[in-house]
Design a protein around this ligand. Structure first.
Ligand code: NAD
Length: 264
């Protein structure tokens, strides 16, 4: 199927480099005819994102730090001025102080708990509200989560709590905006080697463990996550909202390691 996204305009938030999950999604969308705008966090990332945005044929590359509401406002003001309306938004943003992505969850500080929640959870609600104001003919919003929201993953700690809040936000936002035909979903991705992923202590071991124990016996690529995002952002999923869609080689269905793993 070609040109699934022809005539649709969307915002991609969260590309840091060509390993980012948001980039895997953007490539798929651009390949299906979507017109894209990108945000970047700070000038250092901006220099990396610029050639990628150009590769995706984008003319709109805007700075945005989601800790600052005025920065988010300015992005949506620009989109309103340049495009007038919006069809979809991708939120692939997460942050927590890496010194707390190890050891005990119980030791999370109040300061980092709040900061992690604002950036990794609340920002999706704020972005979706501002995007929805431009979605006059319905639309689709997508965020990225991880299974550490529903089960304990070593060292994921406060990010797991933020992702649990993010997933609940997906359901509440889906219910708020459903009557306007704006759909809200999340992809729960298996581990991917990215900047954010590398911030979690022992990420390498988690990666290998999931490679060995997933039904597909491998981890997923950003291109595969992009394919699932394309479905959730296109009209193919017009009846789907409030969903947490696992793209994890099936890891989430397994309750014990494969037998060969136990013998080691
Ligand atoms: P990444 O490092 O490539 O992307 C994270 C992005 O978050 C970066 O672009 C960074 O600039 C942005 N960001 C952080 N703080 C921000 C702020 N204050 N304002 C604006 N942007 C900010 O890593 P990624 O793995 O592609 O992460 C994308 C999303 O996918 C995150 O929500 C992450 O939790 C989620 N996720 C990642 C994995 C994984 O294994 N890598 C698995 C499941 C879910």
């Amino acid at each position: 199927m070609d040109n699934l996204m022809k005539g649709k305009r969307g915002l991609i938030m969260g590309v840091a480099n060509d390993h980012s999950i948001a980039w895997g999604i953007a490539k798929r969308l651009a390949g299906q005819g979507a017109e894209l705008a990108f945000t970047y966090q700070g000038e250092a990332f901006g220099r990396r994102v610029k050639p990628l945005a150009e590769q995706a044929g984008s003319k709109l590359l805007l700075p945005c730090d989601v800790e600052d509401s005025t920065s988010i406002d300015s992005v949506f003001d620009t989109l309103k001025r340049e495009w007038g309306s919006l069809d979809f938004v991708v939120h692939a943003i997460g942050f927590s102080d890496r010194s707390e992505l190890k050891g005990l969850y119980a030791d999370t500080t109040r300061e980092n708990f709040i900061r992690t929640m604002v950036i990794s959870c609340y920002s999706f609600t704020e972005v979706t509200r501002k995007a929805a104001a431009l979605m006059e003919n319905g639309g689709s919003a997508l965020t990225l989560t991880y299974a550490g929201s529903v089960r304990v993953m070593p060292n994921y700690n406060v990010m797991g709590v933020a992702k649990a809040g993010l997933e609940a936000s997906v359901r509440y936002l889906a219910n708020d905006y459903g009557p306007r035909n704006i759909r809200v979903n999340a992809i729960s991705a298996g581990p991917v080697r990215t900047l954010a992923g590398a911030g979690i202590s022992d990420a390498r071991h988690m990666f290998t463990y999931q490679q060995r124990n997933s039904p597909l016996r491998r981890t997923v690529t950003i291109d595969e996550i992009g394919g699932s995002a394309l479905y959730l952002l296109s009209d193919l999923s017009s009846g789907v909202t409030g969903e947490i869609h696992y793209v994890d080689s099936g890891y989430s269905i397994v309750s014990m390691p494969v037998l060969e793993e136990l013998k080691r």
